[in-house]
Design a protein around this ligand. Structure first.
Ligand code: B12
Ligand code: SF4
Ligand code: SF4
Length: 227
């Protein structure tokens, strides 16, 4: 009963402040995942996944919607949720939605924790052949946040992969960075699915709007599209 009311209270805080979808992952479902630091998940039982849908904004893919709108919103709501949980005597920390570890070198492609993995374990969707998280409701056109906590909560059930035989994301990628490889939960070897250097190189040097690209995301037929 306490768990259910905790879920409801946190959901209320999130939805009232602009988050479109929220879910709870039992972290045992991502046991063994790489984190920085290594013991990041120690003492936490749940990952609260926060989803901001992008289609609802006017022309969201023509400007840096992540830095200007979605990430600031996720930071604000993550802080509200952390405060709410701390006030009730439990532990909580927010991860930054742009938590890449370094600007260059071997840790460039690493973050403290994969937010896609938490969103999948929460039952909000799956990791697609595009290597991004595909939400059941909004498709992959979303940005993600995560709050870790030990507050008693009811977790969701991890989702199944629904990509099937589709491969539209790979066909749309201007950098040839995606291979359209099938997998069920997550790719054993991410390099076989996404060539990160190709993607990153496109983002940085060739994209018409330097720094970002949404082609694989926009090609995906999943989730309700605005138009
Ligand atoms: C570094 C980074 C990049 C790098 C590398 C991408 C990569 N996949 O590694 C580059 C610059 C290439 C990049 C590109 C893009 N990115 Co980026 N990126 C990140 C960042 C900061 C870290 C990702 C990371 O940790 N990578 C390391 C690898 C190991 O982890 P991963 O791919 O995330 O997750 C894998 C494992 O966790 C594993 N896994 C899953 N479950 C489990 C369970 C267990 C037990 C285990 C062992 C493993 C496992 O499978 C996952 C899929 O491969 C995240 C934010 C975050 N903290 O998640 C945003 C993030 C992934 N990016 C995002 C976006 C939107 C993009 C782009 C569309 C560009 C853009 N417009 O901003 C492209 C998409 C490229 C693509 N097709 O994947 C969004 C994705 C939203 C979504 N729908 O999923 C995120 C979540 C940012 C956010 N806060 O919203 N990105
Ligand atoms: S973000 Fe662009 S370059 Fe990177 S995988 Fe997607 S379509 Fe390809
Ligand atoms: S475009 Fe198709 S293959 Fe790619 S993530 Fe979406 S459903 Fe999966």
């Amino acid at each position: 009963m306490a768990k259910t009311s905790n879920n409801k209270s946190i959901e209320r805080v999130a939805l009232a402040n602009g988050i479109d979808l929220i879910g709870v992952a039992d972290l045992s479902h991502i046991d063994g995942i790489r984190t920085y630091p290594r013991g990041l998940l120690k003492g936490y039982r749940y990952g609260i996944s926060l989803v901001v849908a992008l289609d609802k904004y006017d022309d969201p893919y023509s400007f840096d919607i992540e830095d200007q709108i979605a990430f600031p919103l996720i930071r604000k709501v993550s802080t509200l949720i952390v405060d709410f949980i701390l006030e009730r005597g439990f532990r909580a920390i927010a991860l930054d939605p742009n938590d890449g570890l370094k600007d260059s070198g071997p840790l460039y492609y690493r973050s403290k924790l994969s937010m896609k993995a938490v969103a999948r374990a929460a039952g909000l969707g799956w990791i697609g052949k595009s290597a991004v998280f595909v939400s059941k409701r909004f498709g992959p056109r979303v940005c993600l946040g995560v709050v870790l906590t030990d507050m008693p909560l009811n977790p969701g059930r991890p989702s199944k992969n629904e990509c099937g035989r589709c491969g539209l994301c790979a066909r749309a990628c201007p950098a040839g960075a995606l291979t359209a490889t099938s997998f069920e939960v997550y790719p054993e070897d991410l390099k076989k699915v996404l060539q990160r250097d190709r993607c990153n190189d496109w983002l940085e040097r060739h994209s018409p709007t330097p720094g970002f690209c949404w082609e694989c995301v926009l090609a995906c037929p999943k989730g309700g599209k605005k138009s």
